[in-house]
Design a binder for this molecule. Structure first.
Ligand code: GRF
Length: 199
């Protein structure tokens, strides 16, 4: 059966997740995908710049196609992204979801997935972009932070915002309690946004 670019058999929209770390968002997306809760979306593969990460271990456990190599091993960011694009093309990917992918995306991937690539960030952007957003929120002494899902552009967490969820910061919060609350909000918001994009 012939399929269009980014559209799998029977209208399924194949989704690739990019992750560098533990992969708790990846795990949630997989669970939603398995239960058919992403509408036409299906998580079909993982790309990671951290071969030793929890996300890569999870993909292996699930027998999911996975491209895992460091930027250094690939020969730099451009070479990494070229390898990723070739991998994604084979899977006929419709959407790319960055779920804890700790790299700036370069022109190669941006050109291939313009307006088809989203990211989850642990703050209410434009507040606290970049690394350690929960720590930035604690240090700033705010009473509320949150989670943002946004389109990816060339900047650091600057793409158009799709959805946000506020998360309270309590006076007795530690980095660990706040991070856990933010993660929990991410685990709800990210699958919701993916589902709406795949409707
Ligand atoms: C998440 O908080 C995400 O927003 C940030 O990195 C973290 C990844 O967590 N960019 P996990 O690997 O999904 O557990």
């Amino acid at each position: 059966m012939e399929t269009r670019k980014g559209q799998g058999k029977e209208g399924v929209l194949p989704i690739a997740v990019f992750a560098s770390g533990t992969g708790s968002n990846f795990r949630q997306l997989l669970a939603h995908s398995d239960q058919g809760l992403l509408e036409r979306g299906r998580i079909v593969c993982l790309v990671s710049d951290q071969p030793g990460s929890g996300a890569v271990a999870l993909a292996a456990e699930r027998g999911l196609p996975c491209l895992a190599l460091t930027h250094k091993a690939a020969g730099g960011r451009q070479a990494f992204e070229q390898a990723a694009c070739a991998f994604l093309q084979v899977q006929n990917i419709a959407w790319v979801v960055l779920a804890g992918y700790m790299r700036l995306v370069g022109p190669t991937l941006l050109a291939a997935f313009s307006r088809r690539m989203i990211n989850v960030h642990p703050s209410l952007l434009p507040q606290f972009p970049g690394l350690d957003a929960p720590l930035q929120a604690l240090t700033a002494g705010v009473v509320q932070t949150g989670v943002t899902v946004h389109y990816v552009d060339a900047g650091l967490d600057t793409g158009e915002i799709i959805a946000q969820t506020p998360v309270a910061v309590y006076p007795d919060d530690t980095l660990s309690t706040l991070t856990a609350r933010i993660h929990s909000a991410e685990h709800t918001l990210l699958p919701q946004v993916v589902r709406s994009l795949c409707t």
